[in-house]
Design a protein around this ligand. Structure first.
Ligand code: 13P
Ligand code: SF4
Length: 336
């Protein structure tokens, strides 16, 4: 590629959020990505909701807690974050001196978007006697307004680290918050946010599917709505669901979370059957459109040209880091 093309591509980046460069279709992207990893001392961290090809080139695949822990301890010079913006931003908060690139800057999150910092700040000011516990699926601005961050795999432990009578605001996911209220017996005040993927599952269709597959277990992510969680045989983070599917003795599972996780489930247990839980309409709405903005081509391009990179204001970063550090400390003490 000549310099002019790259400059043109980079100005395009501001509009599209990724390097819109046409690649030679004969390029072996798997080999090129491996070459770039070595040349640039880069590590690819991928969430389970990424497409299978991306999972296959990743150095680490995990849930939000695992990804944050890996981001904190990596010795790589460049972190390639195959996930959504809040995840890459968390990696940058933990590693300000490292280059953190994301294949598509527009890979957002409906849950994070449901909680704008100015509105949340006002809400928080109305409840000065509450501490703020925020799900990691939020912007740095919300993290900076929080006392501690949680993920779906440590939310119970973190909430239980507060005295029983401590008043708590939980943001932004009302479904995870309601589930944690239920399992801890707390009465946290919930911000009214939800994930567009996890609130789409149809109770009626899942119930019919269970009749047709009487031996199948329903396994669900706690971002799902209460009626789905009530009939679930197991509830857990993406890593929790994957581990359960490996250790449990059933042969068939209905999986109520984003479909990307099925790739690792099928790899780990090739003789078991995994059925994606059906959404309440005919589209493939349990594919997260944000996660699926990332492609293998975009992974290659962001590594080659080291852009789009996550940049952030230092004062905001320092404020956002405090509640993440607190979460990591509590998790480590709990052996998570
Ligand atoms: P976990 O992988 O932490 O369970 O989170 C799921 C999710 O929705 C990430 O966006
Ligand atoms: Fe956000 Fe939901 Fe997509 Fe996760 S699956 S990134 S919570 S929109």
């Amino acid at each position: 590629m000549n310099k002019n093309t790259l400059v043109a591509a980079q100005s395009n980046l501001e509009i599209n959020g990724f390097l819109n460069i046409e690649l030679d279709p004969t390029l072996d992207l798997f080999a090129e990505i491996e070459r770039l990893k070595k040349e640039k001392n880069a590590v690819i961290l991928a969430h389970y909701y990424q497409e299978p090809d991306i999972q296959d080139v990743a150095d680490y695949i995990g849930d939000s807690l695992g990804l944050a822990q890996q981001a904190e301890k990596t010795t790589a010079d460049m972190i390639v974050f195959a996930g959504v913006h809040f995840m890459a931003e968390t990696a940058k908060i933990l590693n300000p001196s490292k280059k953190v690139v994301i294949p598509d800057l527009k890979a957002g999150c409906s849950l994070s978007d449901s909680c704008p910092p100015p509105l949340f700040k006002k809400f928080k000011e109305q409840h000065p006697d509450h501490v703020v516990v925020s799900y990691i699926n939020c912007s740095a601005g919300i993290k900076a307004l929080s006392d501690v961050i949680v993920t779906s795999s440590n939310a119970k432990v973190v909430v239980e680290s507060f005295p029983k009578d401590q008043k708590i605001i939980f943001a932004p996911d009302k479904n995870l918050g309601a589930y944690i209220n239920k399992v801890t017996g707390r009465n946290m005040l919930l911000w009214n946010g939800a994930c567009m993927v996890h609130e789409i599952f149809s109770l009626e269709k899942i119930t019919k599917l269970k009749v047709r597959h009487p031996h199948a277990k329903l396994i669900a992510h706690p971002e799902c709505e209460d009626p789905i969680l009530r009939i679930a045989d197991f509830i857990g983070s993406t890593t929790g669901l994957l581990k359960y599917s490996q250790t449990d003795s059933s042969q068939e599972y209905i999986v109520a979370t984003e479909t990307g996780i099925l790739h690792q489930m099928m790899k780990a247990s090739p003789n078991k059957t995994f059925i994606p839980a059906p959404p309440n309409n005919s589209c493939a709405c349990n594919d997260c459109p944000h996660m699926k903005r990332n492609t293998l081509e975009k992974i290659y391009l962001c590594m080659e040209y080291e852009t789009p990179a996550i940049e952030m204001d230092e004062a905001l970063r320092l404020e956002a880091k405090k509640p993440i550090d607190r979460m990591l400390e509590i998790s480590a003490k709990a052996g998570l």
